[in-house]
Write a protein that binds this ligand. Structure first.
Ligand SMILES: [Zn+2]
Length: 245
C-alpha cells in the first residue's frame, strides 16, 4: 500500500487492475479504514477461506468468523493470481510451446543460507532469453525460454537452514538489496526497488515498508501506531516486494 502512495506508476497499475485485491488497496488509500472497506476485505477473504457463523439468533446469523490463518506466500498466490511477478513463454522447435505465469519467485535457499540475503540478485538467477532447453516429454524439441518481469516482483523468502529449523534465516534489514536489476530481452534490463519486507515472528506477520524518503516504517496490527526503525534492525524475512523503477 505504501508503494502505491509513494509511486505514481504503481498506483496507476493498481487502479487499473481488475483484481479485487489491488482494488481493495486503492480503496483503503482513498477512503481509509471505513466500515465499507472492512466489509470489502471480509468478502474478499470469505471467498478464499473457511467462513462459519459466529453469533446467531433463532432466525438469523448476526456475524461470521473467517479462518484466514495461512502463510504469506499462499495468501499472495490466492489474492494476486492475475497480477504475477513474471510472465513466461516457451518457444519450442517442434511443439506449440507454452505460456505460464509465476505469481512469486523464489531464490536458491542453499546459497542464501550460505552467503546471506545480500546475494539475493545473484541467487534469483534471472536471465532471459535462455536458449536450447530440452522440451518436456514426449516432445523431442528444444525451446527458448522468455521471462518477462512485470511491474512488481514478489519474492518468497521463508528460508530454513534445514527442514528441522522452526524459524527462518534472519538478517539485518540493510542486508536486503534496495535495488535489483533483472536482465531480460537480450541485454535489456529493468531496475526494481525494494518497497517492503514481510517479517514473521512468534506466529505473527509484520510489514516493514521502505518509503521514498529512505525511512523504514513498521506496520503491525498488534500496535495502533506506525513505528519506524533503522536498517540495522534484525528481521526474519518471509517475503519481499520490489516494484519497477
Ligand atoms: Zn516442445
Amino acid at each position: 500500500m505504501t508503494a502505491a502512495i509513494d509511486d505514481v506508476n504503481y498506483s496507476n497499475f493498481l487502479k487499473e487492475s481488475k483484481n479485487c485485491t489491488p482494488q481493495l488497496v486503492c480503496n483503503i488509500i482513498e477512503k481509509g479504514a471505513t466500515q465499507a472497506v472492512f466489509r470489502e476485505r471480509a468478502l474478499l477473504l470469505k471467498n478464499l477461506y473457511s467462513c462459519q457463523p459466529y453469533m446467531q439468533t433463532k432466525i438469523q446469523v448476526v456475524s461470521y468468523v473467517i479462518d484466514a490463518v495461512d502463510n504469506i506466500a499462499n495468501l499472495a498466490k490466492k489474492t494476486l493470481f492475475s497480477e504475477p511477478s513474471v510472465c513466461n513463454t516457451e518457444i519450442c522447435s517442434l511443439c506449440d510451446g507454452r505460456t505460464y505465469n509465476d505469481i512469486l519467485i523464489a531464490p536458491n535457499h542453499k546459497i542464501i543460507v550460505k552467503k546471506g540475503f545480500s546475494y539475493l540478485k545473484t541467487v534469483l538467477n534471472f536471465y532471459s532469453p535462455i536458449f536450447r532447453i530440452k522440451c518436456h516429454e514426449p516432445c523431442m524439441g528444444v525451446y527458448t525460454w522468455l521471462r518477462r518481469p512485470q511491474i512488481h516482483i514478489m519474492i518468497e523468502l521463508d528460508i530454513r537452514s534445514n527442514l528441522q529449523c522452526v524459524t527462518g534465516h534472519s538478517c539485518l534489514i540493510k542486508e536486503m538489496p534496495t535495488t535489483l536489476q533483472l536482465e531480460h530481452d537480450k541485454n535489456i534490463s529493468s531496475k526494481y526497488k525494494l518497497v517492503g519486507i514481510i517479517d514473521f515472528n512468534s506466529g505473527h506477520y509484520i510489514a516493514y515498508c521502505l518509503r521514498t524518503n529512505g525511512i523504514w516504517q513498521i506496520y503491525d496490527d498488534l500496535n495502533s501506531d506506525i513505528r519506524t526503525c533503522s536498517s540495522n534492525a534484525r528481521i526474519n524475512p518471509h517475503f519481499a516486494i520490489y516494484i519497477r523503477c
